[in-house]
Write a protein that binds this ligand. Structure first.
Ligand code: MG
Length: 256
C-alpha cells in the first residue's frame, strides 16, 4: 500500500483545466496587434481573442523583485544587476513601464478563460538566483490567490522541481527538450513544453507523454504547415506568435 502511495508520484494532483482551444500566445498577442511583447497590452489582446493561455517571461532584479521581461538586458540595463528602482524607470515602446509580476498577474485576473503561463527565466548570475526567482514567483502567485490561474514553465530543471515542491498542485512543464517525458513524470513534472524541432526528431515522445497523461505543449509554432502537423498530433497546447492564424485554422477545421 505504501509502495502504491509513493508510486502515485504526482498523478492526478496537478490542476485539470477545461481546454477550449490549444492556443497559447507567446509573450502575449503582440505581433498582429502591434503592441510590445510581454506588455500588459499584449496580455489583454490574448485574453480578448480567447487564447487558452498567454505566456510571459519573468526575471528578478538585484534586490529581489520579479519583473516581466524577456531579455537579460533591457535598454542597456541589466535586470539581474539593477535595483527595482532602476528597472522601474524602463518603458516599453507603448509607454507602459516594464510590468512587475504583481501588476501582470493583476491584469490577467478576473473573469476570463486565459491561463497565465509563467516562464521562470534562467538567471545569468547562477542557480541560486534562478531558484530565488522561483520561490518569489510561487510566493507571489499564492499571495494573490492565483494558483489556479497560473502554470509554470522553465528551461531550468531544478526550478521546475522546486515549483513542484512549493505547490503540489501546480501545472509545471519543462522547456529544455533533453529529457524523456516518463523521466520528467518521475520527478513530478507533469507537462512537457518543447521546441518544435525536438518533437520532429523524437516523435515517440509525443505518445509517451500522452500515454503518461502529461499535457503536451510545443513552441514556437508560427507557420501554417507546422500548426497543421501539431494539430494532427493532438497537442494540448501550441505556443505561437500568430494566435490569430492558429484560430483561423481551427475555425476552418471545424467548418469542414
Ligand atoms: Mg518565454
Amino acid at each position: 500500500m505504501i509502495f502504491l502511495l509513493l508510486g502515485v508520484s504526482f498523478d492526478g494532483t496537478a490542476q485539470k483545466r477545461k481546454m477550449t482551444n490549444p492556443v497559447i500566445a507567446h509573450r502575449g498577442a503582440w505581433k498582429n496587434t502591434k503592441v510590445p511583447q510581454n506588455s500588459i497590452a499584449s496580455l489583454q489582446e490574448a485574453i480578448k481573442i480567447g487564447c487558452v493561455g498567454s505566456e510571459f517571461d519573468v526575471r528578478i532584479t538585484a534586490d529581489g523583485h520579479p519583473v516581466v521581461v524577456h531579455d537579460p538586458v533591457h535598454d542597456g540595463v541589466s535586470i539581474d544587476n539593477s535595483s527595482y528602482a532602476e528597472v522601474a524607470k524602463l518603458k516599453l515602446s507603448n509607454g507602459e513601464p516594464l510590468p512587475t509580476l504583481e501588476s501582470y498577474l493583476e491584469a490577467g485576473s478576473g473573469k476570463n478563460s486565459t491561463t497565465l503561463v509563467l516562464e521562470i527565466k534562467v538567471s545569468q548570475l547562477g542557480k541560486e538566483r534562478t531558484l530565488l526567482l522561483t520561490r518569489k514567483c510561487v510566493e507571489t502567485v499564492k499571495k494573490m490567490k492565483m494558483t489556479k490561474k497560473v502554470d509554470y514553465i522553465s528551461f531550468d530543471y531544478d526550478a521546475c522541481k522546486l515549483v513542484r515542491q512549493l505547490d503540489r498542485k501546480a501545472n509545471v512543464a519543462y522547456l529544455n527538450g533533453d529529457i524523456a517525458p516518463s523521466e520528467l513524470k518521475k520527478e513530478g513534472i507533469n507537462g512537457i513544453d518543447y521546441h518544435l524541432g525536438v518533437f520532429r526528431k523524437n516523435e515517440s515522445w509525443i505518445k509517451e507523454a500522452q500515454d503518461n497523461k502529461m499535457p503536451v505543449n510545443v513552441w514556437t509554432v508560427n507557420k501554417e504547415e507546422d500548426m497543421k502537423w501539431f494539430l494532427g498530433k493532438k497537442f494540448d497546447f501550441i505556443t505561437t506568435d500568430e494566435p490569430e492564424l492558429l484560430f483561423s485554422l481551427l475555425k476552418a477545421e471545424r467548418e469542414k
